[in-house]
Design a binder for this molecule. Structure first.
Ligand code: HEC
Length: 142
């Protein structure tokens, strides 16, 4: 807990340092922000896991109901990636949903359960889906 607090303070310190120096030099903040976002993503999902998730999705029945950037029976993966922050809580929540099925978030049509899917594989699938934020073509319905 204490260690966590120290880590957060250092991290916040690092962030504000990054922002204040860029404010002084009047450089756009975006590249630094992108680096921080990429670093946080790398802590949650490795590129290998994301690739594995993509492959698992292509081998499963997912694409029968989901498109990358077009709504089908279910929401597009682009929309899902815009709706949830890329963190462990989202990964846990969404992989549980894939395994158990459910409805009510995107409409009344339910997603069928995928009971034979392991937690590990479902996690990788979600990491791939969440990695699409900002990559799916624009105009993605939210
Ligand atoms: C029979 C159609 C169908 C199949 C097959 C299907 N889905 Fe879905 N999926 C849906 C529907 C419908 C929803 C919206 C559910 C809701 O509104 O809560 C959904 C929602 C989702 C969500 C968002 C959940 C939320 O709570 O926001 C994710 C992530 C997802 N699906 C991933 C997958 C993956 C990965 C697979 C393959 C293992 C898959 N789906 C297979 C129909 C399907």
């Amino acid at each position: 807990m204490k260690l966590n607090f120290i880590f957060s303070s250092v991290f916040i310190g690092f962030l504000s340092y990054g922002f204040s120096t860029s404010a002084q030099t009047k450089k756009p903040v975006t590249p630094k922000k992108a680096v921080v976002v990429a670093a946080v993503k790398a802590l949650i999902a490795t590129p290998l896991e994301i690739e594995a998730g993509k492959l698992l999705i292509s081998k499963s029945d997912c694409m029968a109901c989901h498109g990358i950037d077009n709504k089908m029976v279910g929401p597009s993966y682009g929309s899902v990636s815009e709706k949830y922050p890329f963190n462990m809580a989202s990964v846990a929540n969404l992989s549980k949903k894939i395994i158990n099925g459910g409805s009510g978030v995107w409409g009344t049509v339910p997603m069928i359960p995928h009971a034979s899917l392991s937690q590990e594989d479902a996690d990788k699938m979600v990491k791939y889906i969440l990695s699409l934020r900002g990559k799916a073509p624009s105009g993605v319905p939210k």
